[in-house]
Write a protein that binds this ligand. Structure first.
Ligand code: IMP
Ligand code: MG
Length: 197
């Protein structure tokens, strides 16, 4: 079967208002970012701790440009753990302690918006005793209203403060398969639902 990079199913494409970052630009930036990461971790073994599910596509692309020795661990965030009916704040499904303790950990997330998730996750992982801890996000949203927001060590792309989907990012756990980062049509939002993590 011929590999098709830039086609996507008609059903999801018809929900897109416009492309915010095209796949070609994402690919260039991911490769540049990988160069930076290769330089910083030269001679080290790197553990990438990826926040699921939004960083799935970013993770898959980034690791293939890395030349250093890489381990991959995953974590995920649940705002409504188990049978809770009220949000108890974010809770993380963490990797085993020996996947983090004493290792050079790079936390990989999809979007830095308010920064609340990244801040809490950094504190949680730091408490597990990594040899070093840095953070990397695919997208950093412009939030001049939050001057004290937590900062990521590596940022792939800066975007405006709009809700975007594609390249792993979802609305209601949909649209992750779009190759570009896109803005959805207004009526898609008004049909209800919210983003899955
Ligand atoms: P923060 O804690 O406010 O920084 O929220 C970050 C998380 O919210 C991200 O990891 C995403 O899961 C979700 N999120 C924020 N903005 C978007 C968006 O534009 N599209 C999809 N998910 C988003
Ligand atoms: Mg997320």
């Amino acid at each position: 079967m011929k590999h098709q990079t830039h086609t996507c199913p008609q059903e999801c494409h018809s929900h897109v208002d416009h492309v915010v970052v095209p796949a070609e630009k994402i690919a260039v930036r991911v490769a540049e970012l990988a160069d930076q990461i290769n330089r910083i971790y030269q001679g080290e073994q790197l553990t990438i701790l990826a926040v699921m599910t939004g960083s799935l596509v970013f993770l898959a692309d980034l690791v293939r440009y890395l030349h250093v020795m890489v381990r991959v661990e995953v974590t995920s965030v649940r705002s409504y753990p188990d049978d809770a009916t009220r949000s108890l704040g974010p809770r993380f499904r963490l990797p085993p302690a020996d996947g983090v303790a004493g290792r050079h950990v790079l936390l990989l997330d999809d979007i830095l918006d308010s920064g609340a998730t990244l801040k809490l996750l950094l504190e949680t992982v730091e408490a597990m005793g990594p040899a070093s801890l840095r953070s990397c996000v695919l997208l950093q949203k412009s939030r001049p209203d939050l001057p004290d927001r937590v900062q990521a060590d590596f940022v792939c792309l800066d975007i405006d403060d709009d809700f975007v989907v594609g390249y792993g990012l979802d609305f209601n756990n949909l649209y992750r398969n779009l190759p570009d980062i896109c803005l959805l049509k207004r009526d898609v939002f008004s049909s209800g639902g919210g983003p899955a993590t």
